[in-house]
Design a protein around this ligand. Structure first.
Ligand SMILES: [Fe+2]
Ligand SMILES: [Fe+2]
Length: 187
């Protein structure tokens, strides 16, 4: 890794920190659901935070599933782990769908209790998932990937964010162009 600033594995790890902060934002936004007078505003804020989290999560999963994992496919010992991580990505999406449904189901009245529980569950699933990637997958990638592959991953991640013509050009690999509701979003 000749240049840490362009190291895609560092960028992926930074995205993990961002996603963790997004979960904290969701939890904070959900606290407002307990106050009937502030519920409408809390619901709007929460929907925005969840939508942001989902966009970030999907793009991060694409970075891993389309750019990183395929380049590690020849490492047979890692194959079961990568399979499991892909399945967990789908589970995270389902958990997020459940979270959104809980908010929409009753206009937020029951969500004040349900959302924190769902966020806790998602956070626990994420912690295990992220620990595996950072302790097992990324170190293997550092040992195995040639500089040309690292460079290609960086380019693909940039392209995914519009630097090559798709998405939002203002947004870098772990960049965050907008902060609905004034909530913190991380790096
Ligand atoms: Fe992942
Ligand atoms: Fe990840």
């Amino acid at each position: 890794m000749p240049d840490d600033r362009n190291d895609p594995l560092e960028k992926l790890a930074a995205a993990h920190r961002s996603l963790e902060e997004n979960l904290n934002d969701i939890e904070r936004a959900a606290r407002g659901l307990g106050d009937p007078r502030g519920r409408a505003a809390a619901l709007e804020g929460l929907s925005g935070v969840i939508a942001y989290f989902e966009r970030s999560m999907i793009r991060h999963q694409e970075d891993e599933e389309r750019s990183l994992f395929p380049r590690l496919a020849v490492l047979e010992s890692l194959a079961p782990t990568l399979d499991r991580l892909r399945k967990e990505h789908k589970a995270h999406q389902r958990a997020l769908d459940e979270l959104r449904a809980a908010i929409e189901r009753d206009g937020g009245a029951g969500a004040a209790e349900e959302v924190p529980q769902l966020v806790d569950r998602l956070r626990a699933e994420y912690q295990r998932h992220i620990a595996c990637e950072e302790q097992e997958v990324f170190p293997a990638a550092r040992r195995f990937l040639q500089p040309s592959a690292v460079h290609a991953i960086t380019n693909e991640m940039e392209t995914r964010r519009g630097r090559g013509g798709q998405g939002n050009p203002a947004k870098g690999i772990s960049g965050r162009p907008h902060r609905p509701g004034g909530l913190r979003r991380g790096p």
